[in-house]
Design a protein around this ligand. Structure first.
Ligand code: ATP
Length: 322
């Protein structure tokens, strides 16, 4: 029986558990032995292995986080770390590895494939949705809905008090969460790293909203926006408009919580597709979903190529908020 390892690495994302569950149950049906590796590459360097059977992954599909645990591990970025990881996998008789995470996780996987002839398959899972080769990464839908839920609540109080709110959402260096939340939450403006932030233009837009009789204004600021986050943006608007405002930084609540149906379905599909890819002899690739179809992308492309964000949607959002 062939042994296949699975680990979650980098930032956790809702849906990782559903993905591990799919790998275990789909893999066991296909005569694979599935070995879980706790705490990502940190656990791999400690040989922190656990055999997973169908019961081990019961009652986890609805849980956020990852029951295997995750970590960021600097040692894995060194030659010595990679060699040790290969040695630990070989000692355990693990011939292949499915890594669930972001592009950093895939760099680690590729290093293992090159150094030790380990067959590796990546699965994209990060709330930031910034991975090339898949329309959505596992966790993005849940994080977006968590942020949206908070923004709907903020809208109630903003409307009641006739106030402006500046809301910071996650997304690291990209604006995918901010864009979707902006459209779905009817935001007046969004500030994202993909477009130049112009505070004067933002002020004109806020003033025009007020003149039109809008009772509330919500500006979504992506954490990676070049303006430096929500505090300097709100301060600069205050200096120009003397407008009463409140700030809300949503932060890590966006990373937790029970995964949405969409994330669970995506996680289940990608988990089983990764097992299929492994069985058919593939390696050094990531399974993703593009236009509803499973696609394999070379792992290198996930850090060499930049995923596109549809900027035309910003104009669209502004029109609808007018
Ligand atoms: P997220 O998008 O949530 O941050 P990620 O997978 O990109 O996920 P990283 O912290 O960049 O998160 O990477 C996760 C881990 O992958 C690192 O802590 C490290 O152990 C390993 N890793 C990252 N880059 C490399 C590399 N160049 N070589 C070997 N291992 C790496």
């Amino acid at each position: 029986m062939c042994k296949l390892g699975v680990l979650t690495s980098g930032g956790d994302a809702p849906g990782m558990n559903a993905c591990i569950r799919a790998i275990v149950r789909y893999g066991i049906k296909r005569e694979l032995e599935i070995i879980g590796i706790r705490r990502g590459y940190a656990g791999l360097l400690d040989s922190d292995f656990v055999k997973l059977d169908n019961r081990a992954v019961g009652n986890i599909i609805q849980r956020g986080g990852t029951f295997l645990g995750t970590a960021r591990c600097e040692e894995m970025k060194t030659k010595g770390g990679v060699n040790k990881a290969v040695q630990n996998l070989q000692q355990e008789g693990i011939g292949g590895l499915i890594t669930i995470g972001g592009d950093g996780t895939f760099r680690g996987a590729m290093a293992l494939a090159k150094a030790g002839n380990i067959r590796v398959i990546g699965i994209p899972s990060t709330i930031d949705n910034d991975i090339y080769g898949t329309d959505y990464s596992i966790g993005f839908d849940t994080a977006t809905n968590t942020a949206l839920n908070a923004i709907d609540k903020i809208r109630d109080t903003a409307g009641a008090m006739h106030r402006a709110f500046f809301v910071e959402v996650m997304g690291r260096t990209r604006g995918f969460i901010a864009l979707d939340v902006g459209i779905a939450g009817g935001a007046e403006q969004i500030l994202i790293p993909e477009t130049e932030t112009n505070i004067d233009k933002l002020c004109q837009s806020i003033s025009s909203s007020i003149r039109k009789g809008k009772r509330s204004t919500i500006v979504i600021v992506a954490e990676g926006d070049e303006a430096g986050g929500v505090f300097p943006v709100a301060q600069q608007v205050w200096e120009r408009l003397r407008l009463e405002y409140r700030i809300c930084v949503l932060g890590h609540i966006q990373r937790g919580g029970s995964p949405t149906a969409r994330d669970r379905v995506l996680a289940s599909k990608l988990g089983s597709a990764a097992v299929d890819a492994f069985i058919s002899g593939r390696s050094g690739e990531m399974v993703g979903e593009v236009n509803g179809q499973i696609e394999l992308t070379p792992l290198e492309n996930t850090w060499r190529k930049r995923k596109k964000l549809d900027k035309s949607l910003i104009r669209f959002m502004e029109e609808l908020a007018s």
